[in-house]
Design a protein around this ligand. Structure first.
Ligand code: SF4
Length: 204
């Protein structure tokens, strides 16, 4: 696939300015009760825009996106690409509906990501990044782009978003074990197709 979009100096400057603003954002500090660490990763010409729910505590602490058990499964078992291909900012623009770890929810799991983040920041990133395909990870991100559609239906469809190919994946978290047991066709068939598309887009 060709990927020779022209990027003007002006656009590049505006985009870097946007990324700086996101990194400096502390809007949710009072709501979280701790200092937010916005995660910003990727270049304007990244080939794949990957959008998930929100960074985990590990990612909050290390500032490296998907630096956790979910990320390991995603890269090595699902995408089947080396870590250096995943963490290449010309390959992946790695973003979430919220850029920061939102804290623990009472009981188990993390809090829901703050809604304001996507409207304020992700919407602008979507307008800039010149990706070829989208990968949406988990029910929350899927519902942001395809409201009212069941996650399982979306996972097994070839979708389109902003005129580009889009794929929805379930969250790779080990906590999601029941969904994987209930839908063996995902790991046996579907993810192999998505992996193939990723390899093609990245020229691997
Ligand atoms: S979640 Fe988004 S809006 Fe809230 S502090 Fe982080 S970057 Fe800012």
């Amino acid at each position: 696939m060709s990927h020779n979009h022209y990027v003007s100096e002006e656009n590049l400057r505006k985009f870097h300015n946007l990324q700086k603003q996101i990194s400096a954002c502390r809007d949710c500090q009072d709501h979280f009760g701790f200092e937010p660490h916005p995660i910003v990763f990727g270049n304007l010409n990244a080939k794949i825009m990957q959008i998930s729910q929100a960074p985990s505590l590990n990612v909050h602490n290390t500032r490296i996106p998907f630096y956790d058990a979910s990320g390991k499964r995603l890269r090595s078992e699902w995408y089947q690409i080396p870590d250096e291909s995943f963490y290449n900012p010309d390959n992946f623009y790695i973003v979430s509906v919220a850029h920061c770890y939102p804290g623990k929810a009472p009981g188990s799991g993390d809090r829901k990501p703050p809604k304001c983040c996507a409207d304020k920041w992700l919407a602008q990133e979507l307008a800039f990044v010149q990706n070829e395909i989208y990968i949406l990870i988990g029910g929350y991100a899927a519902a942001y782009f395809f409201p009212g559609e069941a996650l399982t239906n979306l996972v097994f469809q070839d979708l389109e978003l902003n005129g580009k190919k889009a794929f929805v994946l379930p969250h790779p978290s080990p906590l999601n074990i029941k969904w994987f047991r209930d839908h063996p066709a995902f790991e046996e068939i579907r993810i192999k197709k998505v992996s193939q598309v990723i390899h093609e887009v990245l020229g691997l």
